[in-house]
Design a protein around this ligand. Sequence first.
Ligand SMILES: Nc1ncnc2c1ncn2[C@@H]1O[C@H](COP(=O)(O)OP(=O)(O)OP(=O)(O)O)[C@@H](O)[C@H]1O
Ligand SMILES: [Mg+2]
Length: 338
Amino acid sequence: MRDYAIVSEELTKIYRDKHREIVAVDHVSIKIKYGEFFGLLGPNGAGKTTFAKMLATLLIPDEGEAWIEGYSILKDPIEVRKRIGWMMGETGGRALYWRLSGWDNLMFFASILNVPRKIAEKRARTLLRFLELEDAVDKLVMNYSTGMRIKLMLIRSLLHNPDVLILDEPTLGLDVESAIKVRNFLRRLADELGKTILFTSHNMYEVEQLCDRIAVINKGRIIFIGTPREIKEKVEEIKIVEIIVASTDSDLKEILNKLESLSVINTVLFHEREAKNIKIRVSVNDYYTAIPEIARVLRGYKVESISRALPTLEEAFLKIAGVKIEETETRRFGRRRL
Ligand SMILES: Nc1ncnc2c1ncn2[C@@H]1O[C@H](COP(=O)(O)OP(=O)(O)OP(=O)(O)O)[C@@H](O)[C@H]1O
Ligand SMILES: [Mg+2]
C-alpha cells in the first residue's frame, strides 16, 4: 500500500433512508501514484464528492478500505489527516468563519492542525503571495468574492504542508481568470512540490489540461481509467459535424427540426449562440453522406461553415458511460459545458 499515495479497494458507500438505498460509491478500486495529478470526472450525482469524503476521513465507508501513503482511513484516520489537505465542494465558503478576517481564519485552522505559529505564518504568507491574496488578508471573509474564498480555502488546506490533496470541484463557481490561476497553482503544486492531487470535476477542459490520469465515474462506478488521450482514442469512432449558421434565435427551432428530420444525422448534440451565429454539433455515421445532406437541407440560410470536428472529452465521456446521447444536452451538464 505504501507504494502508492492513494489506494482504494472496493470502497463503497450506501446512503439509506426509510424508503430506499442509494449506492453512491460502488466498490471503487483505484491506485494513485506519488506526485500524480489524478482527475475524477463524472456527471451530477456520480459519487465524486462521496468518494472524496471517504478518502479524507470525513465519511465512513460501508464496505472496502482505502489507504493514504499506506495509512488506513479506518484504522489510522489521525495519521491520514496529518498527510492530507482537503477541500470539499465548499464553493460558497461555508467552511470558513465569515466574521473573521482571512488571516485570522488561517491562523485558527493552523492551530487546529497543530502547526506551530511561526511556521504557519511563514507558509500562509508565501501561499497568499502565490495566489495574489495578500491585499485581502485583513478583510472579513464575508466581504470576499467566491474566488477569494476558494483561494483562502486552498491555502487553509496547505497550512500543514500535506503530501496529498483531495479537492472536490475546486474551480466550480470561479470566473475564467480565477479558474486559470487556481489551475496553474495546482499544477505547480504537483510539478514543483511533488504533491499528489486527487481532483474532482465536471469540466472536461480542465481535466484534460491538468491531469496525468483520469477516472471516469458514473453511478458510483469507475467506468474508465486512463490518460486524457486514451479517453479520446477510445472514442475516435464518434463522428461530429459542426455547423455554423448566421441566424437569429427565431430560426433556431426550424433549423433544428430540419436537421433532426435527416436520416444521416444520429443526434443533434448541442447548440449555442456565438455572437450573430448559431453553432450546432451533430453526430453522424458517415461524413461523406451527411455533410452534403446537411448543406442541402440548410439551403436558404446563411451557412458559414459545415465541418468535421473532434469529439470533446465530454462527448467522449458520454460515449464511454453509455449514456444515451439524447440525454446529453444542457440538462445533464447545464452551463458547465466547456
Ligand atoms: N447525505 C446524503 N444522503 C443521501 N443521499 C446522498 C447524500 N449525499 C449524496 N447522496 C446521493 O449519493 C449520490 C452521489 O452523490 P455525490 O454528491 O457523491 O455525487 P457527485 O458526483 O459529487 O455529484 P455533483 O456533481 O452533483 O457534486 C447521489 O445520488 C446523491 O443524491
Ligand atoms: Mg459533488
